[in-house]
Design a protein around this ligand. Structure first.
Ligand SMILES: CC(=O)N[C@H]1[C@@H](OP(=O)(O)OP(=O)(O)OC[C@H]2O[C@@H](n3ccc(=O)[nH]c3=O)[C@H](O)[C@@H]2O)O[C@H](CO)[C@@H](O)[C@@H]1O[C@H](C)C(=O)N[C@@H](C)C(=O)N[C@H](CCC(=O)O)C(=O)O
Ligand SMILES: Nc1ncnc2c1ncn2[C@@H]1O[C@H](COP(=O)(O)OP(=O)(O)OP(=O)(O)O)[C@@H](O)[C@H]1O
Ligand SMILES: N[C@H](CCC[C@H](N)C(=O)O)C(=O)O
Ligand SMILES: [Mg+2]
Length: 487
């Protein structure tokens, strides 16, 4: 329960109509949840506008409406709070409603095109190993210590987020680690959240369907650093072209990590094989179980963040060296005939290129690489031809297939991908719309010792077609198909 006036203190400007201080028991941005004792936030979406649902909330007896427009005829007994930006106001109000949980623990946010899930998952595992109660908010799942709470978004909306953080505080968490997506930054999902630290991994082509231009996408990421407090740290990958841009206007303590450039946290790559990575870090040679150069960056980011949070460097290195990656990130299965199947969430050109480069580095010359890849529907279409080209260029065979087609025609997505395959690579490429058949085809084409990469869906356990999600698990299908080889 909270009184409206106590919640409004954090909002810079607002105009109030109706009762001045009603008692509130809940907040919502969904008209269907609105009723007595509830405040409804009318959010402008990309498809629908929450303002259109205000009449419905009034009929349901809502107590408070946050709106960007003055109502034409507001019923008596309902408070209207008029603000310039409802999403922004919702961030502040949600933080106050849940008692500012982020101020009661050390919360680190990770942003960047790739590596967010890997970094926050490693940070969470690390701090659990170090003996702390810790929370996690990630694409794969949310966690309070070892209790799993399913995730619907990479970064939840402000109300869900603050409620989860409050639950973490209640469970005694001293630390929490969360992914901060660019959508979340633009939509004010993290407004009102106080971060102890922020990490920038990298930026490359993705989500241009939403942000329209690369500049807008960079600006969205930079917002995160611009809003940090002087008490926080801002840790960026200075090998990335945009790393230093993120630090331009921040008040936080500026820190860098890098493999190539000089940096506050610097490592040298000594070995990169199917067994893992060997890095020289702090003058020591350390082995890690994660595979691929990109994971050297993730490990370095995690190491830097842990040290900046005040942990002992030696203890951090010892614990980190025993950790394994997040589900669906370079996950693998080996068939009876020694075919290696790798399941990876690479769903951007950059991630796909990284994973395939890594496979190229660690494979033996006689091993063929067969890649299965698709691109999601209702998402950035410009990445489709680029990803098909990368897959064909860096594999011996490629099977283009469906990812989550969502509302689009799967064949049309495949045609757009196919158009990116270079003339010289055409003989390597097949299109098979049905993802299960595509995986089977790859297994049929593989000889002993070959490597099959199934890219794009990683940990996902469903396939979404026209609003319907059916069970689908790349790793499980790979295992089942491998099992057929024995019969
Ligand atoms: C493109 C995008 O960001 N969409 C998000 C956006 O949806 P939208 O703008 O279309 O919202 P809408 O459905 O039109 O509704 C507008 C408002 O009306 C309300 N409404 C709607 C219907 C109704 O009957 N009553 C009602 O009150 C809705 O609750 C909402 O507040 O606002 C919604 C509420 O916050 C989000 O759930 C929705 O995420 C959709 C599901 C989504 O898929 N988002 C993805 C792209 C996303 O956010 N991804 C990032 C990670 C990306 C990455 O880095 O890989 C993430 O953080 O998860
Ligand atoms: N530091 C990195 N640089 C480039 N590629 C990476 C990096 N870390 C992971 N990847 C690749 O990107 C894929 C996605 O990694 P991860 O899930 O950690 O990223 P994410 O930023 O959380 O992605 P999403 O935006 O989908 O939540 C991995 O499967 C791997 O192929
Ligand atoms: N968080 C990303 C994940 C994409 C994963 C891919 N499998 C797809 O469905 O396009 C998104 O929603 O855009
Ligand atoms: Mg993620």
């Amino acid at each position: 329960m909270a009184q409206l006036q106590n919640l409004l203190q954090a909002i810079p400007s607002s105009q109030l109509l109706g009762p001045t201080n009603p008692e509130l028991s809940a907040l919502t941005m969904d008209s269907r949840q609105a009723g007595p004792g509830v405040a409804f936030f009318a959010i402008k979406g990309t498809v629908r506008d929450g303002h259109d649902f205000i009449p419905q909330t009034l009929e349901q007896g809502v107590s408070v409406v946050f709106s960007e427009k003055e109502p034409k005829n507001a019923p008596e007994g309902v408070t209207f709070v008029i603000v310039p930006n409802v999403a922004e106001a919702m961030g502040h109000v949600a933080a106050a409603f849940y008692g500012h949980p982020s101020q009661k623990m050390k919360l680190v946010g990770v942003t960047g095109t790739n590596g967010k899930t890997t970094c926050v998952t490693l940070l969470h595992k690390l701090f659990r190993e170090l003996g702390y109660n810790a929370g996690l908010l990630s694409t794969v799942q949310n966690q309070i210590n070892e209790t799993v709470i399913p995730a619907t978004h990479t970064t939840p909306d402000a109300i869900t987020l603050q409620a989860l953080l409050a639950q973490m505080v209640k469970a005694g968490c001293t630390h929490a680690f969360m992914e901060v997506s660019s959508h979340a930054l633009v939509q004010h999902r993290v407004t009102g959240v106080e971060f102890a630290g922020a990490v920038f991994t990298n930026i490359s082509h993705d989500h241009l369907d939403y942000h329209k231009t690369f500049d807008e996408y960079i600006k969205a990421k930079k917002l995160f650093f611009d809003n940090l407090s002087t008490k926080a740290f801002a840790l960026v990958n200075s090998d990335d072209k945009r790393g230093m841009v993120m630090l331009q206007n921040t008040k936080a303590d500026k820190k860098t990590y890098a493999l190539r450039k000089e940096a506050d946290f610097k490592a040298r790559l000594l070995d990169n094989s199917i067994q893992g990575l060997q890095l020289e870090l702090e003058g020591q040679e350390v082995w890690f179980k994660l595979i691929g150069t990109f994971n050297a960056y993730n490990l370095l980011a995690v190491y830097g963040a842990a040290v900046l949070l005040g942990e002992d460097a030696q203890e951090v290195l010892t614990s980190l060296s025993s950790l394994t990656s997040a589900a669906g990130r370079f996950d693998y299965v080996v068939s009876p005939g020694q075919i290696t199947g790798i399941v990876d969430y690479a769903h951007t050109p950059d991630a796909l290129e990284n994973v395939l480069q890594t496979i190229q580095q660690i494979r033996k010359p006689e091993q063929k690489v067969i890649t299965i890849v698709g691109c999601g529907g209702n998402r950035d279409a410009t990445k489709r031809p680029i990803m098909a080209d990368i897959a064909a260029r860096l594999s011996d065979r490629v099977i283009l297939t469906s990812d989550n087609p969502r509302d689009e025609d799967p064949q049309e997505i495949l045609n757009q991908m196919q158009a990116g395959v270079k003339h010289t690579d055409l003989r390597k490429a097949l299109s098979v719309v049905d993802r299960k058949e595509a995986i089977k085809t790859a297994v049929m084409l593989a000889d002993a010792d070959d490597i099959i990469l199934v890219a794009g869906k990683g940990h996902e356990t469903y396939q979404e077609v026209k609003g319907q999600r059916s069970p689908f698990d790349d790793k499980q299908i790979l295992q089942e198909t491998f099992a057929l080889l024995q019969k």
